[in-house]
Design a protein around this ligand. Sequence first.
Ligand code: BV8
Ligand code: ZN
Length: 247
Amino acid sequence: MTISIKLRSLLQRVESICVLTGAGISAESGVATFRGVDGLWSKLKPEELANFDAFMRNPELVWEWYNYRRQIVHDVKPNPAHYALVRLEELVKEFTLVTQNVDNLHYRAGNKRVLELHGNIERSYCIDCRKFVENVEVTTEKKVPRCSSCNGLIRPDVVWFGEMLPEGVFEAATEAASRCELFLTIGTSAVVYPAAGLPRAARNQGAYVVEVNTEPTEVSHTVNETLLGKAGEVLPQLITILEETRK
Ligand code: BV8
Ligand code: ZN
């Protein structure tokens, strides 16, 4: 994969970067992506699982699916791609990390501020009184836990299809995308909105938009540059160039 002269020189002087990540950045940690050959969706359909009606229809099935994913996330570690973004946050004056992932791996790698558009699988809350339950016990229990205060069903604190994104988070992400000089879209198929609209919002205001992915995506035709390759291999190379001119 070749990095253009334009991107090289931008990396050496850029002061504001906005990054959007998707499931692909966690793939090298061993977390399955959603779409693609052996993605999570290949076996189960999103409408059957990642929406509130599916949960109310069959809370055990949905809860069990999130328990299964929580266990995977507990067992894996951040990979070089996650650590490259921790370094980026240290090196660049204005850095905003926006993620669609719910796997908590950016925080575990050490990023200080992460805009979690779709929530976080490590948090859960009661659907009736909305009381939060941190780090719900990871069990193979099929039974859906009940709220200790009102006995309501506990659900994962993730944004399901048809649900609003957390108050203010997408607005902050849009603000960062509309101010940055460089926008990196990493490991996302860019099919889920409104997150998938961020690269275009950045492009429209004049940012240089770079896509890092193992294959072309829905936004490839709108970005300035696509770096085809694994995030865990490409991102450290970008950091090396950026570090050349700053320590
Ligand atoms: C909403 C739950 C307001 C959490 C998920 C326009 C505007 C607004 C809404 C819509 C709209 N059009 C349609 C909608 C509705 C819907 C939507 O977007 N539908 C799509 C499918 C058409 N959006 C919503 O409902 C959103 N809500 O907008 O609220 C509203 C409310 C009501 C009515 C209207 C508007 C809510 C969206 C959140 C849905 N929740 N999941 C969970 O269980 O995780 S989405 C799910 O997909 C995940 O959260 C994930 O984050 C997201 C995106 O997937 P990706 O991260 O991109 O993963 P994917 O597998 O697809 O791709 C991985 C990529 O990595 C691939 O490209 C692959 O090539 C690459 N890759 C693989 N390995 C590597 C790699 N790249 C680099 N290195 C590697 N090693
Ligand atoms: Zn409750």
